[in-house]
Write a protein that binds this ligand. Sequence first.
Ligand code: BES
Ligand code: ZN
Length: 635
Amino acid sequence: MRTLAGWLLLILSLSCVTAPEERKGNRMARTVDTARDPHSYSRPHEVAVEHLDLRLDLDFERQVMRGTAHFKLDRRADSDQVVLDIIGLEIHSVTRGAGEGSAEPASYQIGESRPVLGSPLSIELTEDSDWVEVEYSTSPEAEALQWLTPEQTTDKKAPFLLTQSQPALARTWIPCQDTPSVRMTYTAEVTVPQGLMALMSAENPVTVAEDGRYRFKMLQPIPSYLIALAAGVLEFRELGSRSGVYAEPSVVEKAAWEFADTEQMIDAAERLYGPYLWERYDMIVLPSSFPYGGMENPRLTFLTPTILAGDRSLVSLVAHELAHSWSGNLVTNANWNDFWLNEGVTSYIEQRIMEELFGRDVEAMLAALALDGLVKKVDELGRDHLDTRLQLDLEGRDPDSKVSEIVYDKGQFLLRALEQAVGRAEWDRFLRGYFKAFAFQSVTTGQFMAYLEEHLGSTSAEALREVNAQQWVHGTGLPENCPRIESEDLTQVEKSRRAVLATRKVDDLNPEGWMTQHWLIFLGGLSGEIDPPLMEALDARFDLSESGNSEITALWSQLAISSWYEPAFPRLERFLEEQGRRKFLKPLYEELVKTPEGREFAARVYRVARPRYHPISQRTIDEIMNWGEMEASKR
Ligand code: BES
Ligand code: ZN
């Protein structure tokens, strides 16, 4: 329950229109009203969906799903319509009713289609309609879906389907109120070809169903972007009493070894932030075209195989997706302008989990990498750029296009600053209270700020004022009070790098005891300073062109392109062809197109690799390569 003071603060913070102000070189801008979601046509304050019963039939040959979506409605205000979001769906029929057994056809309109948003599907309701049902088919172009042929999977024996709904793509495979401000429970029945296993962000099977028919239940209310489905030949391995991993048969053992610490991560997160409320935490390792590192689909995190380094050095990504079980899935950003409430808070919790399991030194290296990326991003955008604010203004833009280090790492460093200012014990108490107060709800940045004032304003008023969270959230650039990272390892790595750059020799470099993150910090600081002879010297001694670690390969390839060190190109070519993780692809293609020779190389590789990428990665790389025009000019 909110107190009167809380409400007043909330109203104040929502209506607060900060005047443009110059302060320490940081620009303050108008705060955006996030009470409305600019990326959905739905009007949940009038009618909101409450429960979805979904039936899906998967047709791998035609690459379409045929579906029936039955929605239970919550009539919140006078209105004779429910509005759903759709992109590219073929609508076969719409029915409505009041109570079960009272179905009648409903008239509906499909509005004009706009980029990113798609179309509104407006369904007429009678006064007492409390459900609607839509029969539809998806398009083979549905951007959330990737239909893989057997050859495109790891084991090459059977087809595979994977979905990616976040941020606004659920509407390409389910007609829905596609806004994180609406939550629903769901049940589903999914039919797949015999021999395949289907899994969702729900209670999941562990064995193959003879008839290819699977039933799912998600009893906790979730927003549409967390509805997910994967289908393929899959096996399950248990990791702990409430965790396990699914993967293709040839991958599952390796995955189980890599993620052995998962149960401990759940325990650590619970000690810090309160009970894990989703019962089980399972993961699926997908084929390598999955466009993200991970996706926090509830009860079933989706993961790229590129984190299977063979030495558990990239498991902070599991900590990250697990952390979303609190920040994101339990307490959800009200819309994508508030993305930092999902990703920034999660990045902070990820660090805390890593510190619990592996200690301060490991955590410091991860934090140093994050800070380094953040500083580079602010430099790249310019410290006056409005997209360097934590609360973004994405109206009229694709919400997926502006997800950067800003929401992740400026977000996590604000939380670090707050932690340091008020003390860890007080700050942990605050976060536990926040997750409890807003469990299974969506929050705006304004609500977060009001809650902060309300709960820390009295005990730590002075400390809060000093942090000046308003400046972090609505101001551009990186505030001067951004915490610094200090650690002995970091100092050592930086010293080694300076020595190498000064002497242009690697003979004295002694990376004994270095983890992946030490290498990443070492290599990250070489950009702009390195030339082919030095690349060659490093390669000769440490075989970096043949590293089996995807993060190192990505960074090394980046250096190879910018310094034009050709011996690394065969590995780069394979890397671009064998995986479709956008975080790796984007900077590499961007670096390549800077020179004519690079562009030529990129075009040759992309022509082969493109059909294997997920539509999400295709769209990003198409833009970088100007692919539409390139292909048109060839004709
Ligand atoms: N929720 C994100 C993935 C995402 C972000 C999907 C934006 C769609 C739009 C996920 O939790 C995530 O942050 N993944 C990161 C890994 C993380 C360790 C930074 C990724 O995919 O690289
Ligand atoms: Zn995340």
